[in-house]
Design a protein around this ligand. Sequence first.
Ligand code: HEM
Length: 230
Amino acid sequence: MAVRLSSTFVFRKLHQLTGILPLGIFLLEHFYTNSKAMTVVNGTPGLEFNKAVADLQSIPYIIFIEIGGIFIPLIYHAVYGLFITWEMRPNNVSYPYPRNWFYTIQRVTGIILFFFITFHVLNFRFGLIPGLNDKSVADHSDMAYDIVSGEFANWTIFAVYLVGITATVWHLANGLWLFAVDWGIVIGERAQRFAGYACIAVGLLLLVVGINAQVAFIHKGGLLGLIGLA
Ligand code: HEM
């Protein structure tokens, strides 16, 4: 017997899948590359980060990988996510349980991400934000660390990235849980509760890694350097 799937169901599943694959995986790679900003060679930070940017840009067909693997899934997930948000029925005021709050925060962080990622891509990938450095980090790998650290010296920009990284990590960690439950990977109340704790742990770890890399652009060695341990 042929099974007919409604288009809303397919669009929804595709939205959930793009959040994990490729976007979630890309975020891990992105934090890994950014973490190279922590490495200091002969007293100079940034050389390893610049090399990592150059290595990424030297991947054959990189522009097609970026378009197909990042930009298209990101635009799909963002636009469909905004559509879901527009249709939303928040109920965290009448039912103040964590899950009701998480439902609303998932949508609020989605909106923050929409503006943050647009700004971030135009800024560092393309150098197109008026008043900020007009050099693309990707196209000037020899200056990559200096471009980012120059911008982070401005506390407003630093704060924008702090909010953006926190919102992204929250959205991904809660998204992992939503995905695991909706796709039937985690079934039963007890298992879902443990999966919740695991997602909180993953989220906290990612938050420390993300912020540590961010701090490494304004302070040698990142957070450890800041407290005198590196
Ligand atoms: C760019 C703007 C973005 C918007 C507007 C947005 C919006 C949303 C919304 C509204 C949901 C909830 C869907 C639901 O409850 O059914 C969601 C889920 C999710 N998002 Fe995003 N998102 C964005 C970016 C991202 C990024 C960059 C990532 C990865 C780092 C991501 C990963 C996820 C994951 C894993 C889920 C859970 C999928 C599921 O419900 O099973 N999103 N997004």
